[in-house]
Design a protein around this ligand. Structure first.
Ligand SMILES: [Zn+2]
Length: 448
């Protein structure tokens, strides 16, 4: 936080500010976090047409903003870039029993996957929209403005998605004979999401081969081609559980003995990938810029390096991994080796809430290296903002002029300079989020 208050106002040179031509607003707060390394106290942003026009010290922004702009003041609050939840499944709800108590997560991850499959098959079609609406609202209430969403069964919801989102059309199919059908479904979903993005510019499509144990090699190659041809990012769940490791190595373990038999599918022909994961992803064409790998719990440091060199980015979901007893991603290595990563909550069937603040806190608790806490918290803030946006290939994550006006206003937890981000990380709960703004519109808070 050494740059606090020392920088001149930043102005968007590409946006004209004819006063009468725009209905703008200046948001003033006790502090403004432009990005993880830049803070002004007091600070302000001027917003018009869903975009940040000016961001900087309060007096400079007020002087430069058109007189016609309205003004909102937030004393005792920090205005910061909206958080990016880079891995979510917003159509999957919390699973409660008849009394409304959460149903415990089974110790076996494979049993849990079977439960997800049964839920999806048994759910009423209208429930997906209801789940999605509630989850999006919940995400906004934590100051989250953007999401990496694995598309649920009801694609119609995304035309009215209130979050900025990369929505990945998911493909599943392990045996060669089901590949053409799965490919057709993903292609159709990508087209549908493309149409939704015309109506709702907050969303953009992507492609998601589900996992390497549920997507066979042929389908993986085809989905990689769809992503490349349409220049879309791809998201893959990778090395999330010990069961996945056993299956990919030798075709053994619970996925072979429990998951596929329960689904009445014969995968006894599969004896493992036969090469390291990075080589497999490179050979199938999936490894390139725009590939986002979720979880990465059982990915060794060498694999992380190889995948990063190939253009992949990473999203970690440590609370979900812990809830399933799947282990923990190597947060210390990611942080100490300077490998950018994003954070995601995963679905409400895995975690108790969609709080990225909780995700930051839990990730912070996993770090075992030598970095000072203030530096660690800066990295985690980056993970939850600009690295998340970069991982999803969407704008935002910082509040520079020209960026989308996606931000949150939260109670100032106090502390000077380097202590602000640790305090924010430690103390911010849902009740501290006063306002969440997406594309210049209040999406959570007083006027939402
Ligand atoms: Zn997931």
């Amino acid at each position: 936080m050494s740059r606090e208050g020392k920088h001149p106002i930043k102005k968007n040179p590409t946006v004209t500010t004819e006063p009468e031509a725009r209905q703008g607003c200046v948001f003033v707060a006790s502090r403004l976090i432009v990005d993880a390394a830049t803070m002004f106290a007091p600070g302000a942003v001027a917003v018009a047409d869903g975009t940040v026009l000016l961001a900087g010290p309060k007096e400079d922004v007020l002087r430069a903003a058109p007189e016609s702009f309205t003004r909102r003041d937030f004393p005792g609050a920090i205005l910061l870039p909206g958080l990016v939840n880079a891995h979510a499944h917003l159509q999957i709800p919390r699973w409660n029993d008849a009394e409304g108590n959460p149903i415990p997560i089974p110790p076996s991850f494979v049993e849990w996957i079977l439960r997800v499959i049964a839920w999806k098959r048994g759910a009423t079609p209208s429930s997906f929209r209801k789940n999605f609406t509630a989850a999006a609202k919940e995400a906004l209430s934590y100051g989250t403005t953007s999401a990496g969403e694995i598309a649920g069964p009801d694609l119609s919801v995304y035309a009215a998605c209130p979050l900025r989102a990369r929505v990945f059309a998911e493909g599943i199919g392990f045996a060669p004979d089901v590949a053409p059908g799965a490919l057709g479904a993903v292609t159709a979903a990508v087209l549908r999401l493309g149409k939704a993005s015309v109506r709702n510019p907050l969303v953009a499509p992507g492609v998601s081969p589900h996992t390497l144990y549920t997507v066979g090699e042929g389908l993986l190659r085809s989905l990689a081609q769809v992503a490349e041809k349409r220049n879309l990012p791809a998201c893959l769940h990778l090395l999330e559980s010990p069961a996945e490791v056993a299956f990919l190595e030798k075709g053994e373990g619970e996925i072979a003995t429990r998951l596929y038999p329960a689904l009445r599918k014969d995968v006894s022909w599969f004896r493992g990938l036969g090469r390291p994961v990075p080589a497999y992803l490179a050979e199938t064409g999936l490894l390139r810029e725009g590939l986002l790998l979720a979880h990465n719990v059982h990915l060794p440091a060498a694999g992380i390096g190889a995948l990063r060199d190939g253009g992949a980015r990473f999203v970690l979901c440590p609370r979900s991994n812990a809830a399933h007893g799947n282990g923990a991603p190597d947060v210390t290595h990611f942080v100490d080796a300077g490998i950018p990563f994003a954070l995601g909550t995963d679905s409400l069937a895995s975690v108790p809430d969609l709080s990225l603040w909780q995700e930051i806190r839990y990730t912070r608790s996993l770090y075992r290296g030598e970095k000072k806490d203030a530096d660690l918290c800066r990295e985690l803030f980056r993970a939850a903002t600009e690295h998340g946006a970069a991982a999803l290939g969407i704008p935002g994550g910082i509040l520079a002029p020209g960026a989308p006006a996606d931000f949150a206003v939260v109670d100032d937890p106090g502390g000077d300079g380097d202590q602000v981000l640790p305090n924010l990380a430690e103390r911010t709960e849902r009740g501290n989020v006063r306002l969440t703004v997406v594309a210049g519109r209040v999406a959570h808070g007083d006027a939402a």
